[in-house]
Design a protein around this ligand. Sequence first.
Ligand code: HEC
Ligand code: HEC
Ligand code: HEC
Ligand code: HEC
Ligand code: HEC
Ligand code: HEC
Ligand code: HEC
Ligand code: HEC
Ligand code: HEC
Ligand code: HEC
Ligand code: HEC
Length: 487
Amino acid sequence: MKNILSKYIFVIFCLIFSQITNAKTDECFNCHSGLDDSPSKLFKNDIHQKVGLSCSSCHGGDNTSDDMEISMDKKNGFLGIPSQNKISEICAKCHSDIENMKKYRTDISTGQLEELKKSVHGAIAVDGKGMILQCTTCHNAHGIKKVTDSGSLVYPTNIPNTCNKCHGDINYMRKYNPGLSVDQLAKYRESKHGKLNLKGNRKVAQCASCHGSHAVFTSKDVRSKVYPLNIPETCSTCHSDKEYMKESNIPTDQFEKYKKSVHGVALFEKKDISAPVCNSCHGNHAATPPGISSISKICGTCHALNAELFGNSPHKKVFDENNYPECETCHGNHLILVARDQLLGVNEGAVCAKCHTEEKNPKGFKAAVKMRALIDSLVVLDSISRRQIFIAEQKGMEVEEAKFKLRDVHQAELEARTVVHAFDAEKFSEIINKGVNASNEVISEANSQVDEYYFRRYGLVVAVLIISLLALLLYFQIKRIEAKQNL
Ligand code: HEC
Ligand code: HEC
Ligand code: HEC
Ligand code: HEC
Ligand code: HEC
Ligand code: HEC
Ligand code: HEC
Ligand code: HEC
Ligand code: HEC
Ligand code: HEC
Ligand code: HEC
């Protein structure tokens, strides 16, 4: 009896033990480890191994059998080596299924395949067999690490090389888009971001921070993180975050200021995508603060005339010698506002007084005073012109010609505000004179219309008077004739 009982206990114990060991051993892995092949070697440090997954989680088959005939039998769901879109579909069985992922008590995001499919990378490859990229292109198939592990292909300091495998290969890229440059990595390495990234800094921007990881689009697509309207937001996720930027000694107010600037208002309120965004001034990949002497080149890509005038002005040389950043000295960089005449001259709010006083650099001081007086006088003449036109118009007179001429006055004002950048009082007064002459014409034209009005009005009175007089004379004449007849 006792013997039988102990036998039973032994058998049950064995059964339980085998259950436990069975559950714990992955026969696929065991056998393949013995083969010492690369998948099994890599799998030892794979996140999927760490959370208890098996070779069969991706390849299918029966991982409880140590007989390869059984374990790798198609009847047991063995898939073999997946290729093309099958690869990503395997990953998506878990990574696009929230319920499935919950089983592993993980909070990582899901839906990568859906994002990949609609991205530029989800288009059909030139061989026509599937998407351009599969999950494994950026993550590998075996030896996948958590993205926060420095061994991961998508760890921040490894991403540039991961993307560059294709984007730096001219022969490969030519097959897809011959117009696309392949210098992104080279340029990126010139930037502050790229240099610090090479030194192991994880916080600076890398390819995926600006383009996204799975939902990558061309910059012409409104969904792209680098579509002009979205760029300020993309840069400021880091640059406006005080906590994130605390190790670097740079301000975090660029976006705040930019939003209020003439450029920001044009972009966000007028939806004018010709207004500059962060990358227009800082470059796409070579993002560094523009050097002192290249600022006018950058602003000049849009404000060509201002830059040209500045380049030929007496300021060009002295600004370079003294390291005054060109346009920025007078206009600022992120908070550039609408330029008003108040900027010109030596009064409060004027920029010239920063460097020109009666004692210091007096020639410029005199020029500034003169130029301001000139533009002020034109502005006054402009308002007189408009007033006279208004008066004439109120009296119902024809003012089209005067209104047309008024455009020349406005044109001269606009031109003058640009020609300021020659910093030459003579040139400036030439333009102002054109405006003054035009406004004199407008004023005299409007005045003559007013005169005409009065002339017509008084003319009418005179005419009425004459007619009444004639009528009176006629009346008396008739009376006289009547009197004569009655006689
Ligand atoms: C007893 C040993 C053994 C077991 C158990 C085993 N394999 Fe294999 N497996 C091999 C050998 C040997 C090869 C190479 C066969 C060949 O080249 O045809 C191989 C090949 C493969 C291949 C490549 C197939 C191909 O078409 O080239 C995959 C994938 C694979 N095994 C996955 C698995 C998975 C998944 C399991 C568990 C469900 C598993 N193996 C279980 C020994 C084993
Ligand atoms: C996370 C999913 C996944 C897991 C887990 C996985 N594989 Fe793979 N394996 C793939 C994919 C996808 C491929 C397709 C080829 C490629 O992209 O490298 C592949 C290819 C292979 C190949 C053929 C090509 C090669 O790299 O030699 C073998 C053999 C293989 N796997 C064996 C294994 C074994 C053995 C294990 C477990 C130790 C395993 N795989 C675990 C996804 C996986
Ligand atoms: C173009 C390269 C690329 C492709 C293709 C790609 N990924 Fe990623 N993936 C990344 C990068 C870069 C990150 C890290 C970005 C981050 O930290 O958000 C990442 C992160 C992840 C993460 C971690 C997400 C998290 O919340 O922590 C998962 C899971 C993932 N990818 C799965 C996939 C799957 C599944 C596919 C295929 C459908 C895929 N990836 C295709 C580049 C890629
Ligand atoms: C059977 C389900 C399953 C399959 C199939 C699967 N994964 Fe995973 N994957 C997981 C789980 C679970 C984790 C661990 C999540 C965590 O770290 O919390 C994970 C983690 C990852 C991570 C690391 C995410 C992180 O936390 O940083 C990446 C990247 C990843 N998988 C990519 C892939 C790729 C690529 C494939 C296809 C070749 C694939 N997975 C197939 C379940 C799966
Ligand atoms: C397997 C090669 C490959 C890898 C790896 C790759 N790409 Fe691409 N990428 C392409 C191809 C091919 C195109 C499509 C070009 C086209 O049709 O215009 C493309 C397009 C793009 C575009 C759109 C370009 C445009 O304006 O037309 C961006 C942005 C981009 N990839 C960024 C990335 C980033 C970021 C990474 C890394 C996270 C990456 N790519 C990894 C091959 C790759
Ligand atoms: C600081 C943000 C930033 C980083 C980092 C960055 N890009 Fe870009 N990328 C941009 C912007 C902005 C554009 C252009 C938008 C436009 O055309 O107006 C762009 C354009 C592109 C294009 C389209 C072709 C071109 O050159 O105009 C590709 C491809 C590309 N980037 C790939 C990459 C790769 C690969 C990396 C990493 C080595 C990378 N980018 C890093 C912001 C960035
Ligand atoms: C992922 C976060 C991140 C994103 C996104 C990002 N940056 Fe940066 N950027 C940084 C960090 C961190 C530094 C390094 C600051 C330091 O330590 O000097 C930096 C440095 C810079 C610098 C150099 C500043 C200096 O004086 O040294 C410029 C310019 C710059 N970024 C512009 C941009 C622009 C433009 C964009 C968007 C197209 C952008 N950044 C997107 C994190 C980011
Ligand atoms: C109109 C051009 C222009 C635009 C638009 C612009 N910047 Fe700048 N930025 C500059 C100039 C000029 C400097 C200063 C260079 C110098 O003096 O060395 C600068 C400096 C910087 C710096 C260095 C730190 C500092 O504040 O001086 C960072 C970081 C920066 N910009 C980020 C951004 C971001 C983010 C955006 C978009 C929200 C942006 N910039 C938009 C022209 C511009
Ligand atoms: C990508 C083109 C572009 C670049 C680069 C650019 N701007 Fe502008 N800027 C514009 C546009 C467009 C407007 C008109 C905005 C509006 O009023 O709708 C404007 C308006 C202005 C104004 C106000 C004009 C007025 O009528 O008062 C000033 C001042 C100015 N920019 C200075 C600069 C300076 C300084 C730089 C270089 C640091 C610069 N801009 C770079 C496109 C640009
Ligand atoms: C020494 C100071 C100074 C410098 C340097 C300077 N500006 Fe100006 N800028 C002014 C003043 C003053 C006005 C306003 C004139 C007015 O309204 O009477 C102005 C007006 C403007 C305007 C609005 C008028 C117009 O032309 O549409 C733009 C745009 C402008 N500047 C761009 C630039 C650019 C680009 C640079 C660099 C190439 C630059 N400025 C350099 C002082 C300067
Ligand atoms: C950042 C300093 C700075 C600012 C701001 C500045 N200037 Fe100058 N300017 C100089 C210096 C330095 C010289 C060369 C010394 C001199 O000739 O007086 C100069 C020279 C000149 C000259 C040439 C004088 C000559 O030699 O014939 C004129 C004209 C002039 N400035 C006008 C202006 C006007 C107008 C403004 C305002 C819109 C202005 N400057 C703003 C620094 C500045």
